[in-house]
Design a binder for this molecule. Structure first.
Ligand SMILES: [Zn+2]
Length: 177
């Protein structure tokens, strides 16, 4: 699916769900009190900006992708920019050999921007930047460089690395349902 960079996020309006990265079974769900702006929802055939960002940007972005699991129940995001489609018979959970389309996990990431604004990107954005040369808007680049998911702020739950989780958000376990 395609959304223009910096347009209001509208993909999933049932709230935010952050999964504990270490555990995989615990999660926190809440209605966001921040504004969400789309970044990096690319699609083949539609224009997007390419170019070189600051040297450290790709590595830092991949660090955020590794550190978060947001809205993972939404299913697989396959890269539309890679040249060769994945055969239907290829299991979605095994790595893509050669130049077959990448599908870098599922889900999304959240990067805090200016006060009350969060950037919402698919987890594939790391692949878009590193492998396809996608250059996101400068304000997103600056937000990523300023955000350390393992930083000095104290996460409410160790495996859920995002600073703006509401105080009243409750940690749940998938077996609770
Ligand atoms: Zn790709």
């Amino acid at each position: 699916m395609f959304y223009a960079d910096l347009s209001p996020y509208a993909y999933w309006n049932e709230g935010e769900e952050f999964t504990d990265v270490a555990d995989g079974m615990r999660y926190v769900a809440f209605q966001p009190v921040y504004e969400r702006l789309n970044i990096g929802w690319l699609e083949a055939g539609l224009s997007w900006t390419s170019g070189q960002a600051a040297q450290d940007f790709g590595r830092r972005l991949l660090g955020v992708v590794d550190a978060q699991r947001v809205n993972v129940m939404l299913g697989l995001h396959e890269c539309d920019l890679c040249p060769t489609p994945l055969p239907d018979t290829h299991p979605w959970y095994t790595p893509r050999p050669g130049d077959l389309r990448a599908s870098v996990g599922t889900g999304e990431i959240r990067v805090p921007g200016s006060r009350g604004v969060v950037f919402a990107a698919p987890s594939l954005i790391g692949h878009y930047v590193v492998d396809h040369g996608y250059l996101p808007p400068q304000q997103f680049i600056e937000a990523v460089l300023a955000f350390d998911p393992y930083g000095a702020w104290q996460p409410k739950y160790p495996g859920i690395r995002f600073p703006w989780i509401p105080e009243d958000a409750v940690l749940r376990h998938v077996d609770d349902e």
